[in-house]
Design a protein around this ligand. Structure first.
Ligand SMILES: [Zn+2]
Length: 272
């Protein structure tokens, strides 16, 4: 059965900091309403390559989106394009690189910041273009899209955790406190989303290191959280979910075709 899916990508969130600092999400985990997995990012552990990886299931070295400066549309089928083929409604509150990958490149803020165009792969998009755009504003943007357009697939992508990591590093009070703040912001919305029966995935593209950057193979750069919330998930403990399987697994939840996309069957309930 098709369900509606909300995918939250908390940019630049290291697994251990997510585990230690996000008390609301961990409360859902302790009470059995959510399950937290540790997931390894693909390489390089950088943003634009991994947005493409999460949203198409294709790792950077194959997709060709191998660094942050490649400004072009994705050439692969994404959750957005596949959902549109199935006549599903798509929306995103996200950094402008997402608009560049799936709607139009290069980004022109006057044209693209507020996108309401039913012919685009991302039909309803509010995109931002400064890394310090406040997470609480971004969540309001996302909730506005959800309430106005009732999307089947909604991507929510705040940037403040990554921004704080670039300024202060992994092992800093500022980075950890930003994760705590974002956890608290999410707590305003998750009760309603859960009540309304959404299947929710909360993850990150990559982690962060003590050099105030990321990109390589250090565990702190690669290990990211994956929380899943909702009745369509198996909630099995100790799963290794490949980052490349998020796309196919989300397509499965949306009950849309996902030919050539890998799927993590163990993550989903009733999938053999
Ligand atoms: Zn970053």
């Amino acid at each position: 059965m098709a369900t509606k899916v909300i995918l939250v990508i908390l940019d630049g969130l290291n697994y251990q900091v997510a585990h230690d600092c996000m008390g609301y999400l961990q409360g859902l985990t302790e009470s059995g309403h959510a399950t937290l997995y540790s997931m390894n990012s693909e390489l390089p552990s950088m943003s634009r390559p991994l947005y493409e990886c999460i949203l198409t299931g294709i790792p950077p070295v194959i997709s060709g989106i191998v660094n942050n400066n490649i400004v072009r549309l994705s050439t692969a089928e994404s959750i957005f394009s596949l959902a549109r083929k199935a006549n599903k409604v798509t929306a995103a509150a996200a950094y402008y690189w997402v608009s560049e990958l799936y709607n139009s490149a290069p980004y022109q803020p006057q044209r693209d910041r507020f996108t309401l165009n039913s012919h685009h792969p991302i039909q309803y998009g509010y995109f931002y273009h400064t890394d310090h755009y406040p997470d609480d504003h971004l969540l309001i943007d996302a909730e506005n899209l959800r309430q106005r357009f009732d999307p089947d697939f909604l991507l929510i992508h705040p940037m403040n955790i990554d921004d704080s990591g670039h300024k202060y590093g992994l092992d800093s009070a500022q980075y950890r406190n930003t994760a705590r703040r974002t956890d608290s912001i999410l707590s305003h919305y998750l009760p309603t989303w859960r009540e309304q029966g959404y299947q929710i995935l909360i993850t990150s593209d990559h982690g962060m290191n003590n050099d105030c950057s990321h990109g390589g193979v250090l565990p702190e750069e690669r290990q990211v959280p994956l929380w899943v919330i909702g009745s369509a998930f198996s909630h099995q403990p100790d799963l290794r979910v490949p980052q490349t399987a998020l796309c196919g697994s989300i397509c499965h939840l949306l009950a849309i075709e996902y030919a050539n996309k890998s799927i993590c069957k163990a993550l989903l309930k009733g999938t053999k």
